[in-house]
Design a protein around this ligand. Structure first.
Ligand SMILES: Nc1nc2c(ncn2[C@@H]2O[C@H](COP(=O)(O)OP(=O)(O)OP(=O)(O)O)[C@@H](O)[C@H]2O)c(=O)[nH]1
Ligand SMILES: [Mg+2]
Ligand SMILES: [Zn+2]
Length: 334
């Protein structure tokens, strides 16, 4: 039967089936045939599993259906292995809090991730009750939003929720992304009208959250849509292509098209149109630096993953050669 992954914890899954929630794990064959960590089921995935006689036993997952969109980030630790944050997402709500959390540069990073995923981004500014200059932040956000809708809400005051519902049509899937403490779980509680999810107060001094939500969780909403709550990401490393970064900073990419040199790095070359825009004030320095940083970062990851691929390839050949030598030896000398 078909089911959807609602939770994942160290290889143990909770799935939603037509008959209700079940626990599940992947089959032995599945475990041995998948290539990468990102091939394993992730929250939001549709899977095929074998029905079990009673609700208490664990179902076995045999296949993951092709993903329509994938939210990927670089795994934590040293290996650049991809981690699937959520799959089959229609709308990605990029949540910021309008307390001390607001940071346009971070929003730009989330936009890059969202564009890369294939989901439609919506910027959601929560804690509107805390903002001192609402028009100012709205204006600043819209200036970097590239036409992405910007919503204002307050989970605690339950305001702005109708606009959020507008992006949660029945049958669609949304995900809430943003740093810890911005109010992701509070927003879901507000939409549900219950205190289902645990929330916790942020640190007074800098509005940092306490990483209250510890795992991703898919929650069915009463109107027939589903929303995925995620833990606040500690580090947001970009896994994206250059084309995506150029899309996020499209006005810069356009200027770059008229630089004198094709391979202009926009850091002081003669005839650089990006530097010219910086000089006239058409391009603000923070955004320019954010652009350079993102480009540098994705290039770094590309090089890193190329190296890892090379090492994996070398290892593979080493094993092949070893087994060939073994084979030859025993054929000659049975
Ligand atoms: N003033 C105000 N506080 C809010 C609002 N929304 C959430 N909060 C508070 O912000 C704190 C953090 O909220 P959470 O919902 O736990 O934040 P989160 O994004 O889920 O955080 P993690 O689970 O750690 O990633 C809680 O104390 C909430 O009550 C809001 O609209 N206005
Ligand atoms: Mg939370
Ligand atoms: Zn240039």
């Amino acid at each position: 039967m078909a089911a959807r992954i609602s939770r994942e914890h160290c290889g143990a899954y909770t799935v939603i089936t037509e008959a209700g929630e079940r626990s599940a794990e992947v089959s032995g064959l599945f475990r041995h045939t998948v290539q990468a960590r990102s091939d394993f089921p992730a929250v939001g995935d549709w899977v095929v599993l074998k029905q079990v006689p009673d609700a208490r036993s664990t179902c076995v997952i045999h296949a993951v259906l092709p993903r329509l969109s994938t939210f990927i980030r670089k795994g934590s630790g040293r290996t650049p292995e991809e981690q699937v944050v959520a799959a089959n997402i229609d709308t990605a709500f990029l949540v910021s809090g309008l307390d001390h959390n607001f940071n346009p540069r971070r929003i730009e990073r989330y936009i890059t991730l969202a564009y890369e995923s294939g989901a439609t981004p919506v910027i959601l500014l929560n804690k509107s009750d805390c903002a001192t200059d609402l028009d100012g932040v709205l204006h600043e956000t819209e200036s970097i939003a590239d036409g992405i809708p910007v919503l204002l809400a307050s989970a605690t005051q339950r305001s702005g929720l109708d606009e959020v519902w507008g992006f949660l049509k029945p049958g669609t899937t949304g995900v809430l992304l943003g740093s810890s403490g911005v109010g992701k779980s509070s927003l879901i509680n507000a939409l549900l009208g219950t205190e289902t999810l645990r929330t916790a107060a942020v640190r007074e001094s800098d509005s940092r959250g306490r990483h209250t939500t510890s795992s991703r969780h898919l929650i069915p909403l009463p109107n027939g849509s589903v929303l995925i709550d995620t833990p606040g990401m500690r580090e947001l490393q970009l896994m994206a292509g250059e084309a995506t970064v150029n899309r996020v900073f499209d006005e810069i990419a356009e200027w770059a098209g008229s630089c004198r040199f094709n391979d202009c790095a926009h850091t002081g070359e003669p005839g650089c149109a990006v530097q010219a825009a910086l000089a006239t004030g058409e391009l603000c320095r923070e955004r320019y630096e954010s652009y350079l940083r993102q480009r540098k970062e994705i290039r770094h990851h590309q090089i890193e993953s190329d190296i890892h691929m090379k090492i994996a390839e070398q290892k593979r050949w080493k094993t092949i050669h070893k087994s060939m030598r073994f084979h030859i030896k025993y054929r000659k000398d049975p």
